[in-house]
Design a protein around this ligand. Sequence first.
Ligand SMILES: Cc1cc2nc3c(=O)[nH]c(=O)nc-3n(C[C@H](O)[C@H](O)[C@H](O)COP(=O)(O)OP(=O)(O)OC[C@H]3O[C@@H](n4cnc5c(N)ncnc54)[C@H](O)[C@@H]3O)c2cc1C
Length: 803
Amino acid sequence: MRSHAKVVVIGGGVVGASVLYHLTKAGWKDVLLIERAELTSGSTWHAAGGMHTVNGDPNVAKLQQYTINLYKEIETISGQSCGVHITGGIMLAGTRERVDWLKMAKARGRYLGMELEVISVDEAAKLFPLMDKKHFKGAMYDPIEGHVDPYGVTHAYAKSAQIGGAEIVRQTRVTELKSRPDGTWDVITERGNVHAEHVVNAAGLWAREVGRMVGIELPVLAMEHQYLITGDMPELAGKPEQLHCIDFEGEIYIRQERGGMLMGTYERAGVPWSEIRTPWDFGQDLLPNDLERIAPSLEVGFEHFPSLGGAGVKKVVNGPFTFAPDGNPLIGPVKGLRNYWVACGVMAGFSQGGGVGLSLAHWMVDGDPGADVWAMDVARYGDWATLAYTNAKVRENYSRRFRIRFPNEELPAARPLRTTPIYEKLQTEHAVFGDYCGFEHALWFAPSAAEAADRVSFRRSNAHEHVGAECRAVEQGVGLLEISNYGKFEIRGPGAAAWLSRMMANRVPNVGRIALTPMLNERGKLIGDFTVCRVSDDHFFLIGTYAAEVFYLRWFERHLPPTGVSVRPCAVEYVGLSVAGPHSRALLQSLVRSDLATPAFPFMSFRRMDVGMVPAYVGRISFTGELGYELWVTTDYQRALYDLLTKAGREYGLKCFGGRALHSLRVEKSFGTWAREYRPIYGPLEAGLGRFVDFRKDEFIGRTAALDEKANGGKLRLVTFHVDAADADALGDEPIWHDGKVVGWVTSGAYGFRAESSIALGYVPVKLASAESGFEIEIIGERRKATRRSTAPVDAPGARMRS
Ligand SMILES: Cc1cc2nc3c(=O)[nH]c(=O)nc-3n(C[C@H](O)[C@H](O)[C@H](O)COP(=O)(O)OP(=O)(O)OC[C@H]3O[C@@H](n4cnc5c(N)ncnc54)[C@H](O)[C@@H]3O)c2cc1C
């Protein structure tokens, strides 16, 4: 084994082999893969090899399409067959809700170029005669589904990488990783050491162990997974290969395996495997079968597909594979570690392995993944995703793999975990809570305890009228919202202003002022949006999205100078309350000595004030479009502040409002938010943030690319629509049609109670951004007329928030 390599990839499963291949393809030839046993010795060897393009996140779906299309390429380079069977696939729906879900999945597929088709039960039965029609209400057909040979795919990647210059060492375990001061690594193995510039943890079932070698606890857990293969079935003899089939009600997947059928299930009573640590001596082993556990699914399966029941069971496979809490992969560089990369938690290696390898290789070689990989970024989890949290969430996710997650459905596992001091007080107001990064936050307030629950639906739900009442309170009186679950950072030091000026696209505010600013990467794309508040010359308070805290910190740490600036995350230390509405000033004025009148404390002001006895940062800012204030206090003061505001608020008719009302209010104002309107595939001009980019500054990250965007106008535009909706509003990811063609996609939608209309935000090509008519938005399978607004539907000039 060589003693030096630019990259050492640890793990020769399908993911490690794909990373290795993509590194060579991207031009890095001095790359070495070290495998503990033989290639495929983790989850890979016993996988069922199924592959499909449908994914809840459109960006992941694109990478799945890429993976499936890649197999021809690696077969050609390597001469190794991947055993690709593109049979097409069918998804069977047994309920009306599932049919709605299929219509929505098909609609999303439209702008991804996927040729999905929602079909009748009769049509489905023609395509998949093994099904008993009486159990189903509809189906969807996907021509690009099928299965591959896991061994063939992994070896095809590996051989292609070797042809590209990579080396693979087998039967060698990496036992330790030691970092050097220059950020490089000593990779200690059973058979000698390698000095590497970068290491990639692609250790699959052992990803946690390889994480622990560098002191991190990766949020992954393996679950046992079983499938069975039936005996040969006369029904299949002499026929073309059967389609890949998913039966949502049975929670099973089925495909042909030679003369019989392979049937697997994600059972509700799923069992984790090796919850704390993975044994090193686990090899190409299988786990003992437990058909009892999957019996309920099998019974449904044999009922829904009767001929399988008579075919007998030839073989049962029970093997472990890993999941992150949300079921998506974990990829990217790890905050706090130089040149340590992960590519793990990949639960669908044969749909996703190619996309994971491509993105990671680009990230390593070019400094950027080259695609929007937010849904897979390891930085979406913070320290709160502990081993036990991961355990609870992975079990839940596994057991729900084939169940519908409704847009207003909050899942119960690992809750409540993180609460603020006013949690019980909000409970007594009948708050219905949601979970955000483990934090409980109020979504809406019910009139009574008995009504404080969501009835899940794709359509307007039981919460609708109560959310409406909250919005009207903010419009006409004053509302109180807890805003604790934002990311917050304190930036201090003599170099803080200059550093922020370089990091952010907008100007740095003066002392006592607030500036909204996008943060761009070198390609001029959005990687964050912040509220920057200046406390003093060398002290700033930044507010952004909490889910992206680790993502931001990773970026900040990459760009921090050795001295002169410090960045401190303080999301948990500072909690917040916001008052919004025309009476918010009078309410707050009754509690503070400072003059809050506009001349003394205009819009976008920020100051330290005592609210009663509570020391607070007060910002005059508005995400609702109404006059409003955000109050930030340390956690110990939050109850007192809440009591003060609610007591004084009685005189003004103060009403609590929650995240759902805030969402409706901000959509009516055409205000975007991170991960919906703002993502790394959009430039600031495209996202309507052009006015927050200050080109008078000589330097900031992304300036050159943003100037290019300004010169050429970008490709897309974020636009706002009134939608002729019936009982369902757009949710996000619906296609936008224009003159009978799909031209864009929705990023957010809501019913706007002030505008008395359903509203959607979404991206369309620049050339259509000023088209007056001809738009439609597809909501649950129906194309609804959409009218483009040239301005925000509510108070476009922003007079109310400035008043
Ligand atoms: C029963 C079953 C059915 C499945 N069906 C499907 C399916 O139909 N479709 C699909 O897409 N996916 C399926 N999967 C999931 C699929 O197997 C995984 O997504 C995939 O194998 C993950 O690959 P990996 O490379 O990340 O991990 P692994 O396959 O676990 O590979 C990790 C490798 O790293 C090596 N390694 C670990 N630590 C070290 C070390 N310290 N030093 C050196 N080497 C090390 C291991 O020996 C191993 O070879 C199934 C899984 C199971 C168990």
